[in-house]
Ligand binder design. Structure first.
Ligand code: CUA
Length: 158
């Protein structure tokens, strides 16, 4: 067998241990932080977003006890709607699309961070345990009034 200098061997072991620690850190962050990849749930024609289907009448609907779905249109330069109310403890499935250009949907204090693309409906679920306000922003540069594209999710006490 090839002879490895003890000093070099220690560095090789340290490198291996560091790699294992990094992989464990990623796994722990994914589990503790509730990381979930947003999925493209559907394709949609940008020209019909505002006139037909669920996005023509965007907003929040109750699916069952503590379960909601929210349809949001991200468009230049506003979210429709830009304010959502749900009771604490609710689980909300967000569906977002854009009729024009690429936008972002970043909700502070949650695992919601979505790229909103025309032609695609992106879907992600979040649970809001405690009452409070979560601001959200468009965080993909989308033109002149990008910085004004924002809103909030208000979690009402039960
Ligand atoms: Cu929409 Cu930036």
């Amino acid at each position: 067998m090839m002879r490895v200098d003890p000093y070099e061997r220690r560095w090789m072991i340290a490198t291996g241990v560091t790699l294992v620690l990094f992989v464990l850190a990623i796994a722990a962050t994914a589990v503790i932080g509730g990381i979930e990849l947003p999925g493209i749930s559907q394709r949609i024609a940008p020209s019909t977003v505002a006139t037909s289907g669920a996005f023509a009448n965007p907003g929040i609907r109750q699916l069952g006890p503590g379960r909601y779905e929210a349809f949001l249109r991200a468009q230049t330069w506003a979210f429709l709607p830009n304010e959502i109310h749900v009771p604490a403890g609710s689980s909300v499935t967000f569906h977002l699309t854009s009729p024009d250009v690429q936008h972002g949907f970043y909700v502070e204090g949650t695992n919601l961070h979505i790229m909103v693309l025309p032609r695609h409906v992106t879907t992600l679920t979040a649970t809001f345990a405690r009452p409070g306000t979560h601001q959200f922003w468009c965080d993909e540069y989308c033109g002149m009034n990008h910085q004004g594209m924002a809103g909030r999710i208000i979690i009402d006490p039960r």
